[in-house]
Design a protein around this ligand. Sequence first.
Ligand code: ZN
Length: 201
Amino acid sequence: MTKRALFDAALAATKDWHAALPQAAAFCDWPTDLAYTERAPHMLSAANRIQTTPGTPNSASAPLLAALQALAPHLEWRHTYSADEVGHHFLDHFGWFELAGPTGHFVTRRTRITVGYWGAGLHYGRHHHTAEELYTVVAGHGTFHLDGAPDLNLLPGDTRFHASDQPHALTTTDSPILTLVFWRGDGLADPPRLTLEETAP
Ligand code: ZN
């Protein structure tokens, strides 16, 4: 397959995933303004890790996982955070990319669809952002922390909603986790920010 065909296949698998998950379909409409854009690949160790140790999918998420793995060498992988903020070990086992959104491989102004990977045994500390968010788990599992709510261990097909500026965090134990995340509302192009402890309630 050509690179463009791989992107189209991954977008089609993502559209199927969005349509099949009631929480995702209710969270946002599938964007109708998607425009493929050439973006230079940017490799991080996460690109290899989602191919070698992605975590276990379920039967519904296996096609999406395969489509995302095929894209791995062509993606503009990002970290957002610095080693000063999260440490070198975290950065070596973490990466994300914007499949669709204001600065995505497919440009849209309606939503932002990102894919995030965390290796086993990581803690992604409390962070927040203006846009509302729906996490969906594609492979592996992890514990999602949300201010004012019980922790949830999420498996493939599970989802969690984060309201605007509601701090949340993620811990992985014995498995990596691969997530596909939808954003809506204001601040679609903004990065998440770590929530400083002195601002905690
Ligand atoms: Zn978030």
